[in-house]
Design a protein around this ligand. Structure first.
Ligand SMILES: [Zn+2]
Length: 176
């Protein structure tokens, strides 16, 4: 488990030891708690559509007092990681965001997706699918559709089916 807390301005006010472990494990020392406290959370998120999506979830949680659960993918080149994010209101102007690894699977051969906001191919920041030749593919189950390449530049977006998750009625998504 890795958890952080944000104030109403979306600034990170605290991150726990699980968060630091995750940052160290991913060679991302710049993401350790002492380096991110006070920084706007959304500045770490790639892509305007993704920032807007997450901002609307935080707003929703603050307004409704109901936690919001979002299953998402955070893949490494050779591993699909199934993650769960829980956004929860802790007090009037504090929300917590908790990330848990739920499951994982092997991507073979491996493929590295790198962020490039000007790339033609799009990758969904939630389900991890890549729009390739006008269809959305999951690297875990459709690795062969990407051919022999081992690296592809994509821009982070929210795919149409994940877009629906934020507009669907709260009761369907926001129960713990
Ligand atoms: Zn998606």
């Amino acid at each position: 488990m890795a958890k952080m807390w944000l104030n109403a301005k979306r600034q990170i006010i605290k991150a726990d030891t699980g968060w630091n472990d995750l940052a160290s494990k991913n060679d991302a020392g710049f993401l350790r708690a002492e380096n991110i406290e006070g920084v706007p959370f959304l500045s770490f998120i790639k892509g305007d559509p993704v920032r807007m999506f997450l901002d609307s979830i935080i707003t929703r949680v603050l307004i409704t007092n109901k936690p919001y659960i979002l299953n998402y993918r955070c893949d490494a080149p050779a591993t699909a990681q199934f993650m769960r994010m829980i956004v929860k209101k802790e007090s009037d102007d504090v929300v917590s965001i908790e990330h848990d690894l739920i499951n994982h699977g092997k991507i073979s051969p491996s493929i590295l997706f790198t962020e490039n906001q000007t790339a033609h191919e799009q990758r969904c920041a939630i389900c991890g699918k890549v729009e390739f030749k006008n269809e959305w593919h999951d690297a875990l189950t459709n690795r062969k559709v990407f051919g022999t390449i081992h690296e592809m530049e994509t821009k982070s977006v929210i795919c149409p089916s994940c877009q629906e998750k934020v507009v669907q009625p709260l009761s369907e998504e926001a129960t713990v």
